[in-house]
Every structure is written in structure tokens, then in C-alpha cells.
Write a protein that binds this ligand. Structure first.
Ligand code: S3P
Length: 415
């Protein structure tokens, strides 16, 4: 059955986390519309509230009342959210807060030294259990550093930027491969002293509060990508994805779909608070294999499970390289993709830092092992639209981490 319709999406998850955290650095009130509805962003909200920040929810928007951060009385529970724990660690060490950060089993197995090391070299007093959660933060005055990012990571970059705002001297971050830049854009739009020149990001600390702001969060391009994939692989499909982020550091998936032969039309582009957004129309076309590597990876890192599904329906071989960090996401996503596509009968070879898929293959229905990972659950539900036989998913509730509306929206567009 074709995929047809006109969809809008809850706000981008990355921008939503940052809007709440940066709102907390103002005197408030900050009115945020179209905040992400996912559980990850609720984790950030709860942690900020536990640190004394008041946040109110109204039917049409959320209001963050900035204020003084307090030491939380409880452990801050980041649940499944890597963005919450990593960004908040930078934010709280920069403000001299005493806090313990904890998370669920998945988060407790993810690497934290990538933030602990640079924050410690700024003077942060952090106790970490073999580079994993829980993290114990103790107050200490930070100083600026010069830091060359060993891996491209917007979470690490943003943690350092937040810490740098509260340091006693300037910080410079060298970012060899650009990663998503929402933190820089939002802070710049509020007049903070932060500049990016050819991948060197300089941050001058400021004791002053940031000015309050209103923000309409653009639709999440990573969640819209599930529907773009559906329209690209199901015969006779056409889908309109309205008001989604068109930030250049986030649209790698859409560029790859075009490289594969996908038909995409862009319209209604606008820029608000330094972030661009617009409407994207995707139609079903014949696809062919491509190689994706190097600098392209960060701009599509969360969409690689979907590129794998597209690759099974593309003529020839698609190769993903330089994506080893996928092994440290909510699950080992390379393993999760390989396991499930093998079950569905795809031709896939696993590599340490990626995989190769040769299409086209008629996929078979099976029970998908999500490993509790929301993006695996949603990507393979989309694969089920073209499978011979039913696809079932072992844990469909995990979609709530980023996109609770996923199943309802999907039902709306399957004609
Ligand atoms: C995110 C950055 C990326 C991405 C994650 C969200 C962010 O992680 O995979 O879903 O909001 O900064 P890394 O910074 O670890 O690459």
C-alpha cells in the first residue's frame, strides 16, 4: 500500500534539549513551542527541575523560568539519554554544582571518558566508575582549555561549550569534522561570545545571564527520515514532510537519498533563531548503491539504520565506512542492523566501522530484536512495509524515547 500524506513533526530532539538547558541559563521566561515529545527530552527537563529550575507545560508551549541552579537532593536520572548526561555534565560543572548523574542499563554502559577527560582538564572534579556512569560532580572553578576533538561528537563539543561559559578564561575547541552545531547557533543568537572560524570554536566565559528568548523548535529531521524512507521504498508513494530542520549539519540523510537516485523537492525554507527549516517532498524512485564515509558521517549518524534499509532496495552495493561510533549508541547499532537484516534475508557484511549491503533483496518478515533501541525499532518497522510476511518488533514501546507518535503517524499515511 502506498505511503501518502502531509505530516508535521514534534520538535527536533537535539534542539529541544538545548532549548531547555539554555533557557535555564537565562532570567526567563522562555517560551518554547513544538518541544520534542520524547522521553529523552523529559529526562533533561526533570534533571533541570531537580536542580531548582522551574519549567511549566501549557497545551501549546513550554515555559522555562531561568534562575539559580541548586545542588539536587536526589541523583539526576538521565534514563536512556546520552545528550542529557553529557550536556548536563558540562553545564553543571560550569556552575559549580554538586550532583550525581545516573541512567538506565544502556546509558550506564556507554562511554563517558569522552566528556570526563576534557572537563577534568578544565579543572572539573568528577568521579567516574571506569569511564561509565554514575558520574559524581564536585564543585571546582574551571579554567578555559584548547581542545582538539579526537572524535566528531556534538555531545562532547556542547558539554565543553557549556562548561566554558562558566570558566575563568577563554576556551578553544578544534573540531576537525563538523558535527551538529545547534548549541553554537542558539548561544550566538542570544549574543553569547562564541565564534567558529574554520572549525576552531572560541568561547569567552560570561558571568552575565543570557537574555530570555522565544523559540519554535523545527520538526525533527531524524524522525521525519523514517517517513522519507517509507516513501522512497514503497511503490507509488509520495509524502510531504512539513517544517523540518534543514540545518546543514543534520541533513546528510536527505543528501544520501538524492545520491542514491531518490527524488526530493524542497520548499518554504525559512530561518528562525539561526536555524533553517522547510518542507520536503519525497517520491518513490529506483535507487542505486553508494559509498558513505568520512566527513559525511556526523550529519547522518542517527539515520544509518534507515540508510541500511534503503540499501537493501538499491541496485548494487552500498558501503558505510568510518561509522565505528555507532557501536556506542543506545545499542551497538552496527550489530543490531546486521543481526536484523540477516534475519530478513538481506545480503550484508559486517565491518568494524560499518557494513556493506548489496541489493536488491526481497526482505522476509521476522521478529526484530530492537536491543531496546528506539531507532532500530522504527527503522525495522519501516522495513516491514515492504517485507514478504509480517515484521514484529520485540519492544515497540522503546519508540517513546524519541517519537511517541510514530505508530499513529505511520497509520495516518499507509493508504
Ligand atoms: C546528539 C549528538 C549525536 C547524536 C545524538 C544526539 C546531540 O551524538 O547521535 O542522537 O544532540 O548532540 P554524538 O555527539 O555522540 O555523535
Amino acid at each position: 500500500m502506498p505511503i501518502r500524506g502531509n505530516l508535521t513533526f514534534p520538535g527536533d530532539k537535539s534542539i529541544s534539549h538545548r532549548a531547555l538547558m539554555i533557557g535555564a541559563l537565562t532570567d526567563g521566561p522562555c517560551k518554547i513551542t513544538n518541544l520534542s515529545t520524547g522521553l529523552d527530552v523529559q529526562s533533561t527537563r526533570q534533571c533541570l527541575e531537580d536542580c531548582g529550575i522551574t519549567i511549566e507545560t501549557f497545551p501549546e508551549y513550554t515555559v522555562v523560568h531561568g534562575g539559580e541552579f541548586k545542588n539536587p537532593t536526589y541523583d539526576l536520572d538521565c534514563n536512556n539519554s546520552g545528550t542529557t548526561v553529557r550536556l548536563l555534565s558540562g553545564l553543571l560543572t560550569g556552575r559549580g554544582i554538586r550532583a550525581n548523574l545516573v541512567g538506565d542499563i544502556s546509558l550506564s554502559n556507554r562511554p563517558m571518558n569522552r566528556i570526563v577527560n576534557p572537563l577534568r582538564s578544565m579543572g572539573a572534579d568528577i568521579k567516574a566508575n571506569i569511564g561509565k556512569l554514575p558520574l559524581e560532580l564536585y564543585p571546582n572553578q574551571l579554567q578555559g582549555i584548547q581542545y582538539s576533538m579526537p572524535i566528531p561528537s556534538a555531545q562532547v563539543k556542547s558539554a565543553i561549550i557549556f562548561a566554558a561559559l562558566g570558566a575563568s578564561s577563554p576556551t578553544i575547541i578544534h573540531e576537525p569534522v563538523p558535527s551538529r552545531d545547534h548549541t553554537e547557533r542558539m548561544l550566538q543568537s542570544l549574543g553569547a561570545s562564541i565564534h567558529n572560524e574554520n572549525g576552531s570554536i572560541s568561547i569567552n566565559p560570561s558571568k552575565n545571564k543570557l537574555p530570555s528568548f522565544d523559540l519554535n523548535v523545527p520538526g525533527d529531521p531524524s524522525t521525519a527520515a523514517f517517513f522519507a524512507t517509507a516513501a522512497a521504498i514503497v511503490p507509488d508513494s509520495e509524502i510531504i514532510l512539513k517544517d523540518i530542520s534543514r540545518n546543514l549539519t543534520r541533513i546528510g540523510f536527505y543528501k544520501v537519498l538524492e545520491m542514491m537516485g531518490g527524488k526530493i523537492e524542497y520548499m518554504d525554507e525559512k530561518i528562525e533563531n539561526g536555524e533553517s527549516s522547510g518542507t520536503v517532498i519525497i517520491r518513490k524512485t529506483e535507487l542505486h548503491g553508494v559509498t558513505i564515509d568520512g566527513e559525511m558521517i556526523p550529519s547522518l549518524i542517527d539515520e544509518i539504520p534507515l540508510i541500511a534499509i534503503l540499501a537493501t532496495q538499491a541496485e548494487g552495493t552500498t558501503i558505510i565506512k568510518d561509522a565505528g561510533d555507532l557501536r556506542f549508541k543506545e545499542s551497538d547499532r552496527i550489530h543490531a542492523i546486521v543481526t536484523n537484516l540477516n534475519r530478513m534475508g538481506a545480503i550484508i557484511t559486517e565491518h568494524e566501522n560499518g557494513f556493506a549491503i548489496t541489493g536488491r533483496t526481497k526482505l522476509k518478515g521476522c521478529n526484530i530484536q530492537t536491543f531496546g533501541d528506539h531507532r532500530i525499532a522504527m527503522a525495522f518497522t519501516i522495513a516491514g512495509l515492504i517485507s514478504d510476511g509480517e515484521v514484529t518488533v520485540d519492544d515497540s514501546n522503546c519508540v517513546n524515547i524519541s517519537f511517541p507518535e510514530f505508530h499513529t503517524k505511520l497509520r495516518e499515511v499507509v493508504q
